[in-house]
Design a binder for this molecule. Structure first.
Ligand code: SF4
Length: 350
């Protein structure tokens, strides 16, 4: 935290979650169910809530989906954001349904008059609007500026000016591209031009294998620069994985503390136990724990004890036996078959 000086942004409220103004950087996700399937969508949102998701967005492709919003909203605890493309009337329906936020793509909502209608209704109910620019769907009217980042910024600024002219300032902005340098450039640029909070992410980042890395590099770089008030990791995977990845990014920069941090060695020729298997088992068990504790799984007695001692709870595995440390003190020597249970007992007791 010492090294990151967060950009000062205006605070807005998405339901009960403050975004911007120095509030903790929130983690959000988007459902992957058909929004018209109310039960499946609620079920997925409940899973997200359990995973620590703080804001959830749902796609609203048609009127039936817009009509489902009120029922969904009633059954969930976290703020609900409606994602609207093409048809501004769906945004009006979503506002009526009581959503906590809207995401509009300026590239496809069309004329200013339509955006105006939405802004007026949103203002009446105090519903913030995210101007969500995507590199792949810039407005037809976008200028012919040479760089994608410049065109994205310009598209966002056009909408910002339009909303401001209506005296609407519950604004949040995102400028997402698949290309990480383009995304970073666009956010750095807009961060200097407007005071609004920024929702950051890398769009269509891919499957977890590559998407987590692309997102960590893109989101992580921006966060390190002090930019970003809420994050979404986009992955071709169940949305709970997006939330887990989001927290890992924030935790690795010490911007949020949620849940355990697992330190595990990469193993090498000195390893005297199956560290990969043990670390995976420990990781799975840690998913159920909310407390911010550091757990270490180390493969040998060379570097193992140092890291294991540094953690809240750690194990340094030796040949057939391992040493368990708790807050720097050796608390037990256990047999290999008991590594997992003995370690988890100490974790649970903390
Ligand atoms: S802790 Fe031991 S086994 Fe693990 S990588 Fe380091 S030296 Fe190798």
């Amino acid at each position: 935290m010492d090294n990151i000086r967060r950009r000062k942004s205006k605070a807005i409220k998405i339901g009960n979650v403050t975004v911007g103004g120095g509030a903790p950087i929130s983690v959000q996700s988007m459902t992957k169910t058909d929004t018209r399937n109310v039960r499946a969508t609620i079920r997925q949102i409940k899973e997200l809530e359990e995973a620590g998701c703080e804001i959830v967005r749902v796609a609203v492709p048609d009127n039936e989906a817009a009509q489902a919003l009120a029922k969904i909203k009633k059954s969930i605890k976290i703020p609900l954001v409606a994602d609207i493309h093409f048809d501004y009337r769906l945004a009006l329906e979503a506002i009526k349904a009581g959503v906590d936020g809207l995401r509009l793509n300026p590239g496809n909502i069309g004329e200013a008059a339509k955006v105006k209608k939405v802004a007026l209704a949103a203002k009446e109910r105090g519903v913030p609007i995210r101007i969500g620019v995507n590199a792949g769907s810039l407005p037809k009217t976008a200028s012919k500026k040479p760089g994608t980042a410049e065109r994205m910024v310009e598209a966002a600024l056009g909408q910002v000016r339009l909303l401001e002219s209506l005296d609407f300032d519950l604004i949040k902005i995102s400028l997402k591209a698949f290309d990480v340098p383009t995304t970073i450039k666009a956010y750095r640029d807009i961060a200097e031009k407007v005071p609004y909070p920024l929702h950051i992410g890398i769009t269509e980042a891919g499957t977890p294998r590559t998407g987590v890395i692309r997102s960590a590099v893109g989101i992580g770089t921006l966060l390190w620069l002090g930019i970003g008030d809420t994050i979404r990791v986009s992955l071709t995977a169940p949305p709970v994985e997006e939330v887990a990845a989001g927290y890992e990014i924030l935790k690795s920069l010490d911007l949020r503390r949620r849940g355990p941090v697992l330190v595990s060695c990469p193993t090498c020729g000195r390893a005297e136990a199956d560290v990969v298997k043990l670390a995976q088992e420990v990781e799975a068990r840690l998913l159920k724990i909310d407390r911010p504790i550091k757990v270490a799984v180390m493969g040998c007695v060379v570097n193992g004890p140092g890291e294991a001692k540094d953690a809240d709870v750690g194990i340094a595995c030796g040949k057939g036996r391992g040493v368990i440390f708790k807050r720097g003190k050796k608390v037990a020597v256990v047999e290999e078959k008991d590594f997992l249970e003995a370690l988890m007992r100490e974790v649970e007791g903390i």
